[in-house]
Design a binder for this molecule. Structure first.
Ligand SMILES: NC(=O)c1ccc[n+]([C@@H]2O[C@H](COP(=O)([O-])OP(=O)(O)OC[C@H]3O[C@@H](n4cnc5c(N)ncnc54)[C@H](O)[C@@H]3O)[C@@H](O)[C@H]2O)c1
Length: 261
């Protein structure tokens, strides 16, 4: 797959799971990477492992537009520009829709939607000023298209991200900037670990997944690499469901596992 040599990638949620795997993959393919997250220690550890010529760790809360602006400024100062923006910082939040706390809904939308919006806005502005195009990639979810019992805040946020990327693609194509989303099914990360506590839930997900397994973060990173590189140069405005075929079936009935309804 395409070399990313000579490019700069900004990755949010880089301290863990999918964001971390994407940052590692981009770096392995030659990109210089800026690692952004609210958790400083694992970021600095990853940056040290990659080396200071290739990686910079920046502690940043992506729900704060000012911090995102400062992140872009630091990225450009360190590496001269941005070619790829990969937005993985995200969270979950559960509750039956008729009992869902507004605070939970706010928290999930603030991170999953506003967090992507602030990054998209400021990275796109930087890319336009550079005049050499770029690739914007958001980690949405299978839940952008499949509702799930007890996950209304999350599903709503991911549907919004998928549309945000389509709208960005529509507006930014004239600048040579592509915008796509990845919609993973279940991926083994700290975020999904809370699900595994419920006996039988793993089997329920597998039963609805034609490939009969969940994904590893590196498999999401492989698709992100394709979207970042020139080989996907005519691909924009899409949400690609990397879900082992689960979108062909249905979501497990989750109220069975955590009550509600
Ligand atoms: N794991 C899955 O099964 C799965 C499936 C579909 C989509 N996703 C999506 O993939 C993305 C990454 O999830 P993951 O599974 O790797 O989770 P994760 O918990 O392993 O990683 C998320 C990272 O985001 C960071 N983060 C949280 N709040 C932040 C903030 N305000 N500012 C900056 N960083 C912040 C966390 O510190 C963490 O490092 C999320 O958007 C998630 O919704 C995950």
């Amino acid at each position: 797959m395409a070399s990313l040599e000579g490019t700069v990638a900004l990755v949010t949620g880089a301290a863990s799971g999918i964001g971390r795997a994407c940052a590692q993959r981009f770096a392995a393919k030659g990109a210089r990477v800026v690692l952004a997250d609210i958790h400083t220690a694992p970021l600095e550890e990853l940056a040290a492992a990659l080396g200071q010529d290739q990686a910079l760790a920046v502690t940043c809360d992506v729900t704060d537009a000012g911090q995102v602006q400062a992140l872009i400024t630091r990225t450009v100062a360190a590496f001269g520009g941005i070619d790829t923006g990969l937005f993985a910082a995200g969270t979950g939040g559960a509750g039956p829709v008729h009992q869902l706390e507004s605070a939970v809904f706010d928290r999930v939308l603030k991170l999953n939607v506003y967090g992507v919006f602030y990054c998209l806005k400021h990275v796109a502005g930087q890319m336009i000023s550079q005049g050499r195009g770029g690739s914007l990639i958001a980690i949405a979810s299978l839940n952008a298209r499949q509702p799930a019992e007890g996950l209304a805040a999350y599903t709503t946020s991911k549907a919004a991200v998928a549309m945000l990327m389509q709208n960005a693609a529509l507006e930014l194509g004239r600048h040579g900037i592509r915008a796509n989303a990845i919609g993973p099914g279940l991926v083994e990360t700290p975020l999904s670990a809370s699900l595994w506590q419920h006996p039988g839930i793993r089997e329920a997900f597998m039963a609805e997944t034609p490939l009969g397994r969940y994904a590893q973060p590196a498999e999401v990173a492989a698709l992100a690499h394709f979207l970042a590189g020139d080989e996907s140069g005519f691909l924009t405005g899409q949400t690609i469901y990397l879900d082992g075929g689960q979108s062909l079936k249905k979501y497990p009935e989750l109220f069975r596992f955590w009550g509600g309804g």
